[in-house]
Design a protein around this ligand. Sequence first.
Ligand SMILES: Nc1nc2c(ncn2[C@@H]2O[C@H](COP(=O)(O)OP(=O)(O)O[C@H]3O[C@H](CO)[C@@H](O)[C@H](O)[C@@H]3O)[C@@H](O)[C@H]2O)c(=O)[nH]1
Length: 265
Amino acid sequence: MLATDQEAAISTKPQPDCLVIIPTYNERENAAAIIEAVLRQPHPMDVLIVDDGSPDGTAAIVREKMAVHPGRVHIIERSGKLGLGTAYLTGFEWALGHGYEYIFEMDADFSHNPDDLMRLYAACAENGADVAVGSRYLTGVNVVNWPMSRVIMSYGASKYVRLVTGMPVHDTTAGFVCYRAAVLRHMHLDRVRFKGYAFQIEMKFTAYKHGFRIQEVPIVFVNRVLGTSKMSSGIFSEAMFGVIKLKLYSLTHSYEPAPQRNDNR
Ligand SMILES: Nc1nc2c(ncn2[C@@H]2O[C@H](COP(=O)(O)OP(=O)(O)O[C@H]3O[C@H](CO)[C@@H](O)[C@H](O)[C@@H]3O)[C@@H](O)[C@H]2O)c(=O)[nH]1
């Protein structure tokens, strides 16, 4: 096939309705494999990597995959480590601008099994959820290979957030999520204030306060095998104090109700 024929074939193929956003910071060991794993899903899904100038050359690996899968893999390169939350916000804006209907968050390191993407998709596309959360704590504690201290911290944090906010979600800090585009369009993303894992809490709490339907899908979270976690004590304390700020804010502000859906799902 000539290059021009190839380009024509690509441009006439309909764009998938799903986009998986993967933030990366020093994920060279995982980047190529996680992209391939998303593209292998039975329902077509595109990938957007938001890389924060990873010194380990993650972006170069992503660009190789972009050449192999033209039009299916995208990258936004930022100049430095600006945090998980702003990486997703940048990705959400891009996704909305490009017309995707189902927009996913997923880690790069295989802690989230890419084969579970289809279960999150089904929760939104078939079972009526506006937000589907891959949940470690819906049925007990489904975390493999984390040190006990990290399990206790994460589980305790989720319980604490639930208690303070009253939000009926078991895994409030989960980073494996599918949003319908309508949720992100409705949520005033310019007002999201947290950068680290508190961002995950803020997104779920705000969606809940707007009245969107949040459904948890049980998953097993497996600690990464390659690369290192970027969790820090600063990120942890932002989450702990941030929850109180979120709750206080919610007591003095109103949340515009989610628009009615008329698709009967
Ligand atoms: N672009 C960008 N990506 C980042 C940054 N910090 C982390 N990431 C990327 O965000 C993903 C998650 O980061 P990890 O450092 O692997 O997270 P974790 O410690 O395993 O945390 C897990 O638990 C958290 C709390 O429960 C979850 O909120 C989080 O999503 C994740 O599942 C990875 O793909 C990582 O490369 C950043 O500043 N910028």
